[in-house]
Design a protein around this ligand. Structure first.
Ligand code: BG6
Ligand code: MG
Length: 227
């Protein structure tokens, strides 16, 4: 047995709800589609869609409307496409002001210590969000809905991010605002930081990104090394 401590080489962040605020845009795009289709949809249902794919989100909206049947596949996919077209349109309004408070400082602090930064997002629009906000220049590698076959809670997106960063998953920490994402991080073999109480199961929880700092992440890392 060796007592050598493993170094923390990278921190891999979920994007929506962790580094940027896109909740409002997703809400507006889903709400417009739901209204068109006569489906009930509100902020509470929107919160249940954190971290899950576009298709799973629409399935969840239909599940919340038990009287209305899921349409055939082609219509279902056309509805997903229509929501996305509106979402992409809304994303054009995004600016660096949509970066969540504390996110830039944290990414810069990690970089300054030689710790790599990655993104692991369910969203196929992650590249556009990173571009619109200017966050891309502080991120070393991105895995997103375009890079994986299986959505969270499958660990694939975190494992692909680690691979792109050229670090082993055992040298990474993950950060998430959704319970499905926390499960994905753990299944990837990484300790998990939870942002918000809805992200149940985290090894450490803070209320919002602004409360997270490099000291909390290092403390988590050390506690995992001991335990
Ligand atoms: C996640 C969001 O990051 O991306 C979910 O939390 C969203 O709400 C998912 O459904 C997929 O996003 P997109 O942009 O591919 O439709
Ligand atoms: Mg999220």
């Amino acid at each position: 047995m060796t007592n050598e401590l493993k170094p923390m080489k990278a921190v891999i962040f979920d994007l929506d709800g962790v580094l940027v605020t896109t909740d409002g845009f997703h809400y507006r795009a889903w709400k417009e589609l739901a209204d068109e289709l006569g489906l009930a949809f509100d902020e509470e249902v929107n919160h249940q869609l954190r971290g899950i794919s576009r298709e799973d989100s629409l399935r969840a909206i239909y599940r919340n409307n038990p009287g209305i049947q899921l349409p055939p596949d082609d219509v279902f996919h056309a509805q997903c496409t229509s929501k996305n077209a509106r979402y992409v349109e809304l994303l054009q309004q995004m600016t660096p002001a949509d970066i969540l408070p504390g996110a830039l400082e944290l990414l810069e602090a990690l970089r300054a210590e030689g710790i790599k930064t990655g993104v692991a997002s369910a969203s196929k629009n992650a590249p556009l969000v990173l571009e619109r906000t200017g966050l891309g220049k502080l991120i070393d590698a991105v895995a997103d809905g375009n890079s994986v076959a299986r959505g969270k809670p499958d660990p694939e997106v975190f494992l692909v991010a680690a691979q792109k960063l050229e670090v082993m998953p055992e040298n990474c920490v993950g950060v998430e605002d959704a319970a499905t994402g926390i499960e994905a991080i753990h299944r990837a073999g990484m300790p998990a930081v939870a942002i918000g109480k809805q992200a149940v199961g985290g090894d450490v929880t803070v209320n919002k990104t602004a409360e997270l700092n490099i000291a909390i992440i290092k403390e988590l890392w050390m506690s995992k090394q001991k335990g």
